[in-house]
Design a binder for this molecule. Sequence first.
Ligand code: FAD
Length: 425
Amino acid sequence: MKTGFARREFLMAIGAAGAAVSLKGCARAAKPRVVVVGGGFGGASCAKYINRIDPGIDVVVVERNREYVTCPFSNNVIGGLRTLGSLTHGYEGLGARDGITVVIDTATAVDAQARTVSLAGGNRLAYDRLVLSPGIAIRWGALDGYDEAAAEAMPHAWKAGPQTLLLKRQLAAMEDGGTVVIAAPEYPYRCPPAPYERASMVAHYLKTNGKARSKIVILDAKDTIPKQALFEQGWGRFYEGMIEWVPRGQGGTATRVDPATKTVYAEAGEFKADVACIVPPQSAGGIAISAGAADEDGWCPIDPWTLESTLRPGVHVLGDSCIAGAMPKSGFSANSQAKVCAAAIVALLNDSQPPEPVFMNTCYSTIAPDYGISIYGAYRATEHAIVAVLGSVSLSPLDAPDEVRKAEFEYAQGWLASMTGEMFG
Ligand code: FAD
């Protein structure tokens, strides 16, 4: 049903600051409306591109936080190479675009039948298409003993912000000669190389702050790690003797934690930490699960051509929450999926055929200042999955000269600047 509820009135009803005003019962806008839940890598990028491709579509972004802190480069904050402020962005730029409205509120429920999203503030938004890009939820308790209270003693820092600063404070308080334990989970989880970049940045911080006798033990539920030879080469060069990696085959899988004693129990035995950083098991963001878009494993199956949920028609799921086949869960992947999704939604709302998608991802990791490495991949859609384009996946060369590592370190900074410029500028 379409009524004359004009975009200008809708903007006024929402209010510049997203003040809570009732939209209950508000009928579908005259223009088609896309509601996007989540203003992170997937959501903000998708909103921007729908607006760019077809300014005639009303786009409403619902985001629970007034500011977004990027996880990319949050390990650099731990290493002392950046401030958290340099990773923090407001939504003024996104909301100032004609055709995009940003509502600061939490989406609490989706009615896929009625095509509405309910917000914690009491409003309900009608949509023609819904995009969910809510990132990850932590599966509290999936690792025995690791609940929200335990995360205050043993931070995950897997959502950048206060947790990042907590981990940094704990490292600052640790004596030289202390032990840092990092527990890394089995796939799938947000940003596969990030636990190893984190170990590098923790080692850099300790080494450059008079704590070079300290040790970092990575307890891993996997037997191989992304960019393994490159990480090992970098660790050998910069952090000789500081980082010990315990793979699954050597009992590295963490089975329980005790926050009171900062002990991580693994198949290989007990690891008493001075600082423990636990990367816990994860799932799709809560709203994607409550919307009925997730499978029994907690992730969201999608049509690889349109990112539309195979469980909830009219709902598209992007980024970490979706099952994206060969693509890793990364900000770059989420951005790439957002562009494909935006083109598909515009086509579907204009009764035309979504274009054939192409996806891309590059994951940069910092091992030391001026020393970056990366992995690149291009991806395409088959009927059922997103697969890597044959021969496209490539790594930084091993044994590369310092100029190459320095250039990659700089490309990474450029990548973040252009990505966040695109999302929030
Ligand atoms: P997010 O970017 O997390 O956005 C989700 C948004 O949804 C959030 O703003 C959240 O507040 C909001 N939200 C959730 N639920 C609701 C709700 N119910 N209502 C309203 N709003 C809601 N990726 C890279 O590409 N490069 C890197 O170098 C990199 N480094 C990383 C380092 C670390 C330490 C970590 C942990 C991750 C890193 N990543 C990196 C991964 C990257 O952060 C994620 O893959 C990316 O953020 C996923 O985008 P998303 O849109 O799915 O989720």
